[in-house]
Design a protein. Structure first.
Ligand code: 6PG
Length: 241
């Protein structure tokens, strides 16, 4: 992959959550010195949960002006917001239920709707928030699956071909389910993108994504550049550092 990334390797998952929390708080504080709001896109899956819990705790919770944040999601499963697989539910339990983000600043993907309707509704939500401006999130958090997917951009899936829309419904054969996801143009337009990757089960894929040939249809995380990669030692174990 053309080297348009910064890599930071930390010891273990706890260190990863702490390092990510520190970096995110500094990024938010710096931006709010020159702008009224900060738009933060949250990732789903299991890896960011420890980070979200850290952000909800002292000292980080006290260092963020939560009233000036707008919260979005990179993707969602086609389930209701109270469903155990809901990325919205996970983020609420780990973070949003514990910090004073105004409810009207929480822009969730309505996974309970039909996939196409949910994607359209979210596209309208983005258009409403960004207005005439070219949508540009201030910070996007992403994870990476062992198959190289990110958000709900799965290998060889239809949404990888999307070049205009900002949101797409995407059927994933590996999960035999529909997902709603921000598209590659939407993610790459962000001011900053950070991947959080943890665990030995991701090591082979991370090596292929960062150091292997550029084959983004096979490894969709390669589409997203530039980016900061915050990873733990187990995930980085196959990189030629
Ligand atoms: C989701 C995520 C997805 C996730 C990866 C990694 O909805 O599942 O947005 O892209 O980041 O699947 O998941 P883990 O962190 O659980 O390994």
């Amino acid at each position: 992959m053309p080297k348009k990334y910064r890599l930071e390797v930390v010891e273990d998952p706890d260190e990863l959550a702490l390092a990510a929390a520190q970096w995110i708080v500094q990024t938010i504080q710096a931006h709010l010195q020159v702008a009224e709001h900060f738009s933060l896109v949250l990732s789903g899956g299991s890896t960011p949960q420890a980070l979200y819990r850290q952000l909800a705790r002292f000292p980080y919770a006290a260092e963020v002006d939560w009233a000036r944040l707008h919260i979005f999601w990179g993707d969602e499963r086609c389930v209701p917001p109270d469903h155990p697989q809901s990325n919205y539910r996970m983020a609420c339990q780990a973070l949003l239920d514990h910090v004073p983000v105004p409810p009207e600043h929480i822009h969730r993907i309505r996974g309970e709707l039909l996939p196409e309707e949910a994607a359209q509704a979210y596209a309208q939500e983005l258009a409403q928030f960004f207005g005439e401006r070219q949508p540009q999130f201030d910070l996007v958090l992403l994870g990476m699956g062992a198959d190289g997917h990110t958000a709900s951009l799965f290998p060889h899936s239809a949404a990888l071909k999307e070049t205009h829309k900002w949101v797409a419904e995407n059927y994933t054969s590996s999960q035999t389910s529909w997902r709603i996801t921000l598209t590659i143009p939407a993610l790459n337009a962000a001011r900053q993108v950070a991947f959080l990757v943890s665990g030995a089960d991701k090591a082979n894929t991370l090596q292929r994504v960062l150091e292997g040939p550029y084959q983004p249809d096979e490894l969709p995380a390669q589409f997203i550049q530039p980016a900061v990669w915050l990873v733990d030692a187990a995930a980085a174990s196959r990189l030629s550092l």
